[in-house]
Design a protein around this ligand. Structure first.
Ligand code: PGA
Length: 232
């Protein structure tokens, strides 16, 4: 089953969430849809669409003003949490070590972490993608438990620029081999960065592309639903 993660980032209100869930709940599809919403929108009635958060505190409940713990996320009914998104790594200086701790905390709370990895444009241009991704992957994943990987080249996020099919296939194959080497070959590997209804078909049949993480195009049903159709 292919997986589609919609990452709303710092966008959306209750009306927009309700209307998106309504549209998604009416859909007949084999794609597993996970809507990753801001904390303020996590809580709600159960539906067939899975809900995820976009970050998790490093700590359990306690004196950590402003932090949202794993237990709090679980309390809302959410089942997933994005960790180590490139925007968190960039704007909040999240290191692989922090990402690993957050992923571990997610698993401890029975949330499935969606662990993001991706190289910068400079690393891409200097042919360092493979070594950077390998290191990020091995340093960001938890020691035990199941997770999802989202490979998103940082230079593809929000830019409208995507890697070629061959580049994508090479990195996904490498991620798969690494995961296989540690007995985690069943881990879904998602691709992301400027995915939309015009390019989804190009990437969905690449071996070891098990789905997408979509930012901008996930905000409106007019742009999100056609991607789901292309994934069937
Ligand atoms: P984008 O974002 O689809 O808007 O490029 C993807 C992401 O950041 O997950």
């Amino acid at each position: 089953m292919k997986i589609l993660v919609g990452n709303w980032k710092s966008n959306g209100n209750i009306t927009e969430k309700d209307s998106m869930l309504k549209a998604l709940n009416h859909l007949k599809t084999n794609v597993k849809i996970i809507l990753c919403l801001p904390f303020t929108l996590l809580y709600g009635k159960k539906s067939k669409i899975s809900i995820g958060a976009q970050d998790i505190s490093l700590y359990s409940n306690g004196a950590y003003t402003g932090d949202i713990s794993g237990q709090m996320i679980v309390d809302t009914g959410a089942k997933y949490v994005i960790v180590g998104h490139s925007e968190r790594r960039t704007y909040h200086n999240e290191t692989n070590e922090i990402v690993k701790t957050k992923a571990t905390s997610a698993i401890k709370n029975r949330l499935t972490p969606i662990i993001c990895i991706g190289e910068t444009l400079e690393q891409h241009q200097s042919n360092k993608t493979k070594s950077v991704i390998k290191r990020m992957l091995l340093k960001s994943i938890p020691d035990s438990g199941n997770f999802i990987i989202a490979y998103e080249p940082r230079w593809a996020i929000g830019t409208g620029i995507t890697p070629t099919k061959t580049e994508t296939a090479t990195i996904h194959q490498m991620i798969f081999e690494i995961l296989k080497g540690i007995g985690k070959e069943k881990t879904p590997i998602l691709f992301g960065g400027s995915i939309n209804a015009r390019n989804a078909k190009r990437f969905i049949n690449i071996p070891h592309v098990d789905g997408f993480m979509v930012g901008h195009a996930s905000l409106k049903s007019e742009t999100f639903l056609p991607i789901i159709k292309d994934m069937n």
